[in-house]
Ligand binder design. Structure first.
Ligand code: DLL
Length: 429
């Protein structure tokens, strides 16, 4: 089954034509309504008409997360404030969130791509969706909610956490579909096993997992542990939220369809920025072809993957591989984006702490655990150290919303690499 068969199976030459028409309109829109883009094009001596089609996109500069930060909160919006009907935000590099806005048309597109994704994942109208993505500024909860409603599913807006309640609902409400992060799906599977919940008593058939990187090993564990067919959903707030791409439940392992009538993808070399051929790994870059309130040209996602057409597949849209990592240091901890700099900005008020620190990430069971190794000034008694560590831990929890272990080290004892460089992140997952 398809949600929009015509568009999902559009022959490639028609898809290109549609993309090129939409691109023309988009370029006019941003040139006239977003001073940042007008300036960027002027600096390159470009007018919208110089970009004839997607093949010319490489002439344009990239948009980076820092551009969103520099225009915080609303200066990249391309429509009057009264046309912005929703605002979401995700963690930014400096503690200030990355802000995105949606017009009515954008919200309709958001619903449409999520509905498409859900059908692609195996969900059908009439089924119930257990939505365990967080509701709030994060796009996961509300994004999946809107698309599922549009598809004709009954949404159970459980949101994240409170595992006891999640298990009760899974048993009593009998949802056929669950969406959550892959690590939370693992937790639910482990808890079902621990508590002796019989999987045959659940109605679950499909799991739509994303918001953080995951692997085939995790897929195997979740599929066995919850008796579901688990597929990947990918997205990012800047582009729309969940539903930028989705894996088909009958084509697992072959990549996730990028809904390229709305989001035009490129993969570029992380260092030179040069576009790479299909199949080669690099940084994923998106141009939003239809967004109104906050359209983005060549947005540098920092996510590493490859893209490729799959001629034998159900749909004509290009597929992306699983995300292999990030081109920078951003960590995703239990689905929450975390930059080392968010921890760093909390250090200065603690006079006895040095700004020499390292975040170590490990898996404890299926959960991500972060340890902060940080140097003190060498003048503290052991008892004082414990108090200081606890205070810093509390500060992190209050400001970032994540629990981390804080381990104080004597000066010079946070490990340095051979070159003496202190790497801020050691990801052992
Ligand atoms: O995580 C949107 C989302 C919600 C996607 C629910 C899927 C499900 P942000 O909070 O802006 O948006 O984080 C975006 O998360 O650039 C990737 O690094 C990572 N990410 C998202 N989905 C996947 C995935 C949402 N399926 C950032 N695999 C992105 C790997 C993912 N990484």
């Amino acid at each position: 089954m398809f949600y929009q068969k015509d568009i999902e199976t559009l022959p490639l030459e028609h898809l290109r034509k549609l993309q090129n028409e939409r691109l023309q309109h988009l370029l006019q829109h941003v040139y006239h309504n977003v001073p940042f883009y007008k300036q960027q094009m002027n600096e390159k001596g470009l007018k919208p008409s110089d970009i004839q089609g997607v093949q010319d996109l490489h002439k344009l500069p990239f948009t980076h997360k820092s551009d969103l930060r520099d225009h915080y909160p609303f200066d990249l919006f391309a429509v009057p404030q009264q046309e912005v009907l929703r605002i979401h935000a995700s963690s930014g590099t400096t503690g200030k969130p990355t802000v995105v806005g949606y017009s009515q048309k954008d919200l309709d597109i958001f619903d449409e791509v999520v509905a498409r994704s859900l059908v692609c994942a195996g969900a059908r109208p009439g089924m119930k969706l257990h939505n365990a993505y967080g509701y709030g500024l994060f796009t996961g909860g509300l994004g999946m909610h809107g698309g599922a409603t549009k598809l004709g599913m009954a949404v159970i807006p459980v949101s994240g956490g409170m595992t006891d309640r999640q298990l009760l609902i899974l048993q009593d409400f009998q949802p056929e579909v669950i969406c959550c992060t892959p690590s939370y799906a693992q937790t639910l599977a482990e808890e079902c096993k621990k508590r002796g919940i019989a999987l045959d008593d659940l109605a679950l058939q499909y799991a739509v997992l994303g918001a953080e990187p995951w692997t085939e090993t995790i897929r195997t564990q979740v599929e066995a542990g919850l008796q579901v067919n688990a597929t990947n959903i990918y997205g990012l707030s800047e582009i729309i939220g969940p539903g930028v791409s989705q894996e088909d439940y009958e084509e697992k392992g072959s990549g996730s369809y990028i809904w390229e009538d709305h989001f035009y993808p490129e993969v570029v070399d992380p260092k030179s920025g040069e576009p790479l051929p299909y199949g080669q790994e690099g940084v994923l870059v998106f141009t939003t072809l239809t967004k109104e309130a906050m359209p983005l040209l060549r947005y540098w996602t920092n996510d590493i993957c490859s893209i490729q057409y799959d001629s034998g597949a159900k749909r004509t849209h290009i597929k992306m591989s699983q995300i292999k990592g990030r081109a920078d240091d951003m960590l995703i901890i239990r689905g929450v984006n975390l930059f080392p700099s968010q921890v760093e900005v909390l250090i200065p008020p603690f006079k006895e702490l040095q700004p020499n620190y390292q975040l170590r990430v490990r898996k404890q069971g299926s959960m991500d655990q972060v340890q902060v190794l940080i140097e003190h000034d060498g003048r503290l008694e052991e008892a004082q150290q414990a108090g200081l560590a606890a205070a810093f831990r509390q500060k992190i929890k209050e400001n970032i919303g994540l629990s981390m272990d804080v381990v104080l080290k004597a000066p010079g004892e946070v490990p340095r690499s051979a070159g003496g460089k202190l790497s801020r992140v050691v990801d052992e997952r």
